[in-house]
Design a protein around this ligand. Structure first.
Ligand SMILES: Nc1ncnc2c1ncn2[C@@H]1O[C@H](COP(=O)(O)OP(=O)(O)OP(=O)(O)O)[C@@H](O)[C@H]1O
Length: 279
Protein backbone atom coordinates (compact mmCIF):
# COMPACT_ATOMS: atom_id res chain seq x y z
CA UNK A 1 0.00 0.00 0.00
CA UNK A 2 1.48 3.33 -0.99
CA UNK A 3 1.96 6.26 1.33
CA UNK A 4 1.03 9.90 1.53
CA UNK A 5 3.71 12.39 0.53
CA UNK A 6 3.24 15.75 2.19
CA UNK A 7 5.04 19.01 1.66
CA UNK A 8 4.60 21.65 4.33
CA UNK A 9 5.83 25.22 4.21
CA UNK A 10 8.67 24.20 1.97
CA UNK A 11 11.15 26.95 1.26
CA UNK A 12 14.39 26.63 -0.64
CA UNK A 13 16.87 29.31 -1.57
CA UNK A 14 20.26 29.33 -3.22
CA UNK A 15 23.30 31.57 -3.08
CA UNK A 16 25.09 33.36 -0.31
CA UNK A 17 22.82 33.93 2.69
CA UNK A 18 20.04 32.26 0.69
CA UNK A 19 19.45 35.44 -1.28
CA UNK A 20 18.02 33.67 -4.38
CA UNK A 21 14.70 32.21 -3.35
CA UNK A 22 13.60 29.42 -5.71
CA UNK A 23 10.69 28.15 -3.61
CA UNK A 24 9.00 30.66 -1.34
CA UNK A 25 6.38 28.57 0.45
CA UNK A 26 4.87 25.40 -0.98
CA UNK A 27 2.25 23.26 0.70
CA UNK A 28 0.42 20.25 -0.71
CA UNK A 29 -0.19 16.57 -0.11
CA UNK A 30 -0.01 13.76 -2.64
CA UNK A 31 -2.68 11.28 -1.61
CA UNK A 32 -2.20 7.52 -1.63
CA UNK A 33 -2.39 6.14 -5.14
CA UNK A 34 -2.94 9.58 -6.60
CA UNK A 35 -1.55 10.81 -9.92
CA UNK A 36 -0.58 14.40 -9.26
CA UNK A 37 0.97 16.68 -11.85
CA UNK A 38 2.91 19.85 -11.10
CA UNK A 39 2.94 22.59 -13.72
CA UNK A 40 4.21 26.13 -13.68
CA UNK A 41 5.95 28.77 -15.72
CA UNK A 42 9.49 28.14 -16.90
CA UNK A 43 12.08 28.51 -14.15
CA UNK A 44 9.49 28.67 -11.36
CA UNK A 45 11.24 26.04 -9.25
CA UNK A 46 9.77 22.68 -10.37
CA UNK A 47 13.08 20.83 -10.46
CA UNK A 48 14.12 22.32 -7.13
CA UNK A 49 10.82 21.10 -5.69
CA UNK A 50 11.37 17.56 -6.97
CA UNK A 51 14.90 17.49 -5.60
CA UNK A 52 13.58 18.49 -2.18
CA UNK A 53 10.80 15.90 -2.41
CA UNK A 54 13.25 13.12 -3.23
CA UNK A 55 15.64 14.02 -0.43
CA UNK A 56 18.41 15.01 -2.83
CA UNK A 57 18.33 18.62 -1.66
CA UNK A 58 17.62 19.73 1.92
CA UNK A 59 14.90 22.38 2.26
CA UNK A 60 15.94 25.76 3.66
CA UNK A 61 12.89 25.47 5.88
CA UNK A 62 9.71 23.44 6.07
CA UNK A 63 9.62 19.70 5.51
CA UNK A 64 8.66 16.82 3.30
CA UNK A 65 7.15 13.69 4.86
CA UNK A 66 6.57 10.24 3.49
CA UNK A 67 3.92 8.77 5.75
CA UNK A 68 5.14 9.77 9.22
CA UNK A 69 8.80 9.98 8.26
CA UNK A 70 10.57 13.25 7.45
CA UNK A 71 12.55 12.81 4.21
CA UNK A 72 16.20 13.71 4.70
CA UNK A 73 17.77 11.45 2.09
CA UNK A 74 16.36 9.50 -0.86
CA UNK A 75 14.02 6.95 0.77
CA UNK A 76 13.94 3.30 -0.34
CA UNK A 77 10.22 3.63 -1.08
CA UNK A 78 10.84 6.16 -3.84
CA UNK A 79 12.00 5.92 -7.45
CA UNK A 80 12.68 8.71 -9.87
CA UNK A 81 12.63 9.05 -13.67
CA UNK A 82 14.54 12.03 -15.03
CA UNK A 83 14.13 13.92 -18.27
CA UNK A 84 17.64 13.13 -19.44
CA UNK A 85 17.49 9.41 -20.24
CA UNK A 86 20.90 9.52 -21.90
CA UNK A 87 22.47 9.98 -18.47
CA UNK A 88 20.20 7.74 -16.47
CA UNK A 89 21.32 4.37 -17.84
CA UNK A 90 24.70 2.68 -17.44
CA UNK A 91 26.07 2.42 -20.99
CA UNK A 92 28.18 -0.66 -20.31
CA UNK A 93 25.29 -2.70 -18.92
CA UNK A 94 22.60 -4.43 -20.96
CA UNK A 95 18.98 -3.32 -20.76
CA UNK A 96 18.20 -6.17 -18.38
CA UNK A 97 21.23 -5.47 -16.18
CA UNK A 98 20.24 -1.81 -15.94
CA UNK A 99 16.76 -2.74 -14.75
CA UNK A 100 17.92 -5.37 -12.27
CA UNK A 101 20.61 -3.25 -10.59
CA UNK A 102 18.45 -1.44 -7.98
CA UNK A 103 16.81 -4.77 -7.11
CA UNK A 104 20.23 -6.26 -6.38
CA UNK A 105 21.05 -3.25 -4.23
CA UNK A 106 17.86 -3.91 -2.29
CA UNK A 107 18.76 -7.61 -1.97
CA UNK A 108 15.67 -8.88 -3.71
CA UNK A 109 16.16 -12.67 -4.14
CA UNK A 110 17.49 -13.73 -7.55
CA UNK A 111 14.39 -15.50 -8.88
CA UNK A 112 12.14 -12.60 -7.93
CA UNK A 113 14.61 -10.12 -9.45
CA UNK A 114 14.45 -11.92 -12.75
CA UNK A 115 10.65 -12.14 -12.69
CA UNK A 116 10.15 -8.48 -11.87
CA UNK A 117 12.68 -7.36 -14.45
CA UNK A 118 11.15 -9.44 -17.22
CA UNK A 119 7.65 -8.32 -16.26
CA UNK A 120 8.61 -4.63 -16.32
CA UNK A 121 10.44 -4.99 -19.64
CA UNK A 122 7.42 -6.75 -21.12
CA UNK A 123 5.19 -3.91 -19.86
CA UNK A 124 7.26 -1.34 -21.76
CA UNK A 125 7.52 -3.60 -24.81
CA UNK A 126 11.26 -4.21 -24.52
CA UNK A 127 11.57 -7.85 -23.56
CA UNK A 128 13.11 -8.65 -26.95
CA UNK A 129 15.72 -5.92 -26.44
CA UNK A 130 16.88 -7.11 -23.03
CA UNK A 131 20.39 -8.12 -24.11
CA UNK A 132 21.03 -4.86 -26.00
CA UNK A 133 23.04 -1.97 -24.64
CA UNK A 134 21.60 1.57 -24.37
CA UNK A 135 23.52 2.93 -27.39
CA UNK A 136 21.77 0.36 -29.57
CA UNK A 137 18.36 1.84 -28.69
CA UNK A 138 16.44 4.94 -29.76
CA UNK A 139 15.85 7.75 -27.27
CA UNK A 140 12.27 6.62 -26.67
CA UNK A 141 13.43 3.05 -26.03
CA UNK A 142 16.08 4.24 -23.57
CA UNK A 143 13.46 6.20 -21.68
CA UNK A 144 11.27 3.09 -21.60
CA UNK A 145 14.19 1.22 -19.99
CA UNK A 146 14.43 3.93 -17.33
CA UNK A 147 10.68 3.59 -16.74
CA UNK A 148 10.92 -0.22 -16.60
CA UNK A 149 13.66 0.11 -14.00
CA UNK A 150 11.44 2.32 -11.86
CA UNK A 151 8.49 -0.07 -12.28
CA UNK A 152 10.47 -3.22 -11.50
CA UNK A 153 11.55 -1.52 -8.32
CA UNK A 154 7.84 -1.14 -7.39
CA UNK A 155 8.22 2.07 -5.45
CA UNK A 156 5.52 3.44 -3.20
CA UNK A 157 6.06 6.79 -4.89
CA UNK A 158 7.27 7.50 -8.37
CA UNK A 159 8.66 10.98 -9.07
CA UNK A 160 8.92 11.91 -12.73
CA UNK A 161 10.64 15.09 -13.91
CA UNK A 162 9.46 15.91 -17.44
CA UNK A 163 10.17 12.32 -18.41
CA UNK A 164 8.78 12.52 -21.95
CA UNK A 165 9.92 16.01 -22.87
CA UNK A 166 12.35 14.97 -25.57
CA UNK A 167 10.36 12.06 -26.97
CA UNK A 168 8.39 12.03 -30.22
CA UNK A 169 4.62 12.54 -29.96
CA UNK A 170 3.59 8.97 -30.79
CA UNK A 171 5.96 7.32 -28.29
CA UNK A 172 5.07 9.96 -25.76
CA UNK A 173 1.38 9.07 -25.95
CA UNK A 174 2.27 5.37 -25.52
CA UNK A 175 4.46 6.11 -22.49
CA UNK A 176 1.75 8.27 -20.92
CA UNK A 177 -0.71 5.39 -21.20
CA UNK A 178 1.85 2.90 -19.96
CA UNK A 179 2.48 5.05 -16.90
CA UNK A 180 -1.26 5.22 -16.19
CA UNK A 181 -1.68 1.46 -16.57
CA UNK A 182 1.22 0.56 -14.32
CA UNK A 183 0.10 3.06 -11.72
CA UNK A 184 -3.22 1.19 -11.63
CA UNK A 185 -1.58 -2.23 -11.66
CA UNK A 186 0.81 -1.62 -8.77
CA UNK A 187 -1.13 1.09 -6.90
CA UNK A 188 1.82 3.49 -7.15
CA UNK A 189 1.49 7.14 -6.13
CA UNK A 190 2.85 9.32 -8.93
CA UNK A 191 4.11 12.89 -8.80
CA UNK A 192 4.78 14.10 -12.32
CA UNK A 193 6.35 17.42 -13.31
CA UNK A 194 5.65 18.67 -16.81
CA UNK A 195 5.65 21.79 -18.95
CA UNK A 196 2.86 20.36 -21.04
CA UNK A 197 -0.60 21.35 -19.86
CA UNK A 198 -2.44 18.84 -22.10
CA UNK A 199 -0.28 16.08 -20.68
CA UNK A 200 -0.92 17.25 -17.10
CA UNK A 201 -4.71 17.29 -17.55
CA UNK A 202 -4.73 13.99 -19.44
CA UNK A 203 -2.78 12.12 -16.75
CA UNK A 204 -3.84 13.68 -13.46
CA UNK A 205 -6.25 13.28 -10.65
CA UNK A 206 -5.18 16.78 -9.60
CA UNK A 207 -2.90 19.45 -11.05
CA UNK A 208 -0.82 21.67 -8.77
CA UNK A 209 -0.15 25.00 -10.48
CA UNK A 210 2.89 26.85 -9.22
CA UNK A 211 3.23 30.62 -9.34
CA UNK A 212 6.09 32.32 -11.18
CA UNK A 213 9.40 32.22 -9.29
CA UNK A 214 9.76 32.09 -6.33
CA UNK A 215 7.23 29.28 -6.27
CA UNK A 216 4.09 29.17 -4.19
CA UNK A 217 1.01 27.08 -4.95
CA UNK A 218 -1.18 29.27 -7.16
CA UNK A 219 -4.00 26.76 -7.43
CA UNK A 220 -4.83 23.06 -7.15
CA UNK A 221 -7.25 21.85 -9.81
CA UNK A 222 -9.34 18.64 -9.53
CA UNK A 223 -9.40 16.65 -12.75
CA UNK A 224 -12.41 14.36 -12.51
CA UNK A 225 -12.36 13.12 -16.09
CA UNK A 226 -13.50 9.50 -16.43
CA UNK A 227 -10.93 6.70 -16.31
CA UNK A 228 -9.50 4.80 -18.05
CA UNK A 229 -8.41 7.77 -20.11
CA UNK A 230 -8.07 7.56 -23.85
CA UNK A 231 -5.77 9.68 -25.98
CA UNK A 232 -8.54 10.51 -28.45
CA UNK A 233 -11.90 10.37 -26.71
CA UNK A 234 -10.73 11.93 -23.41
CA UNK A 235 -9.21 14.86 -25.28
CA UNK A 236 -12.43 15.35 -27.24
CA UNK A 237 -14.49 15.85 -24.08
CA UNK A 238 -15.69 19.42 -23.50
CA UNK A 239 -14.60 18.99 -19.85
CA UNK A 240 -11.06 18.31 -21.05
CA UNK A 241 -11.03 21.50 -23.11
CA UNK A 242 -12.41 23.49 -20.20
CA UNK A 243 -9.82 22.16 -17.75
CA UNK A 244 -7.02 22.70 -20.25
CA UNK A 245 -8.10 26.31 -20.77
CA UNK A 246 -8.40 26.88 -17.05
CA UNK A 247 -4.93 25.51 -16.26
CA UNK A 248 -3.41 27.35 -19.21
CA UNK A 249 -4.76 30.68 -17.99
CA UNK A 250 -3.72 29.99 -14.43
CA UNK A 251 -0.14 29.21 -15.50
CA UNK A 252 -0.08 32.39 -17.55
CA UNK A 253 -1.65 34.15 -14.62
CA UNK A 254 -4.61 35.49 -16.61
CA UNK A 255 -8.18 35.08 -15.45
CA UNK A 256 -10.82 33.72 -17.85
CA UNK A 257 -12.04 36.24 -20.43
CA UNK A 258 -8.81 38.19 -20.51
CA UNK A 259 -7.01 36.27 -23.25
CA UNK A 260 -4.51 38.15 -25.34
CA UNK A 261 -5.15 41.52 -23.81
CA UNK A 262 -3.84 44.64 -25.44
CA UNK A 263 -0.40 45.39 -23.99
CA UNK A 264 -0.94 47.86 -21.16
CA UNK A 265 0.02 51.46 -21.75
CA UNK A 266 3.38 52.18 -20.13
CA UNK A 267 2.98 54.04 -16.87
CA UNK A 268 3.60 57.77 -16.99
CA UNK A 269 7.31 58.38 -17.15
CA UNK A 270 8.27 54.69 -17.55
CA UNK A 271 10.26 53.78 -20.65
CA UNK A 272 8.54 51.19 -22.87
CA UNK A 273 11.39 48.73 -23.13
CA UNK A 274 10.82 45.54 -25.14
CA UNK A 275 12.27 43.58 -22.23
CA UNK A 276 9.28 44.58 -20.13
CA UNK A 277 6.77 42.74 -22.25
CA UNK A 278 5.75 39.43 -20.69
CA UNK A 279 4.53 36.61 -22.85
N1 LIG B 1 22.06 25.04 -8.00
C1 LIG B 1 21.52 26.25 -8.12
N2 LIG B 1 22.16 27.36 -7.67
C2 LIG B 1 21.59 28.58 -7.76
N3 LIG B 1 20.37 28.82 -8.29
C3 LIG B 1 19.68 27.76 -8.75
C4 LIG B 1 20.21 26.42 -8.70
N4 LIG B 1 19.29 25.59 -9.23
C5 LIG B 1 18.24 26.37 -9.60
N5 LIG B 1 18.47 27.66 -9.31
C6 LIG B 1 17.53 28.77 -9.54
O1 LIG B 1 16.28 28.47 -8.92
C7 LIG B 1 15.19 28.87 -9.73
C8 LIG B 1 14.30 27.66 -10.03
O2 LIG B 1 15.00 26.72 -10.85
P1 LIG B 1 14.42 25.28 -11.22
O3 LIG B 1 15.41 24.57 -12.09
O4 LIG B 1 14.00 24.60 -9.98
O5 LIG B 1 13.11 25.69 -12.05
P2 LIG B 1 12.23 24.85 -13.08
O6 LIG B 1 10.83 25.29 -12.87
O7 LIG B 1 12.53 23.40 -12.94
O8 LIG B 1 12.79 25.36 -14.47
P3 LIG B 1 12.43 24.86 -15.95
O9 LIG B 1 10.98 25.22 -16.14
O10 LIG B 1 13.32 25.69 -16.82
O11 LIG B 1 12.72 23.39 -15.99
C9 LIG B 1 15.80 29.49 -10.99
O12 LIG B 1 15.80 30.88 -10.82
C10 LIG B 1 17.21 28.94 -11.02
O13 LIG B 1 18.08 29.87 -11.61
Amino acid sequence: MSMTLSVSHLRRSYGRDGADVAIADVDFTVRRGEFLCVVGPSGCGKTTLLKCLSGLLPPSSGEVRLGEKVIEEPPDELAMVFQDYSRSLYPWLTVEQNVVLPLKARRVPRAERTDRTREALAAVGLLQARTKRPYQLSGGMQQRVAIARALAYRPEILLMDEPFASIDAQTRAELEDLTLRTRDLFGITVLFVTHDIDEAVYLSDRVVILSPSPATVAEIVDVDLPRPRDQISTKELPEFAALRGHVFRAVRNRPAGTDDPEPPEPAQGAAARPGNVRT
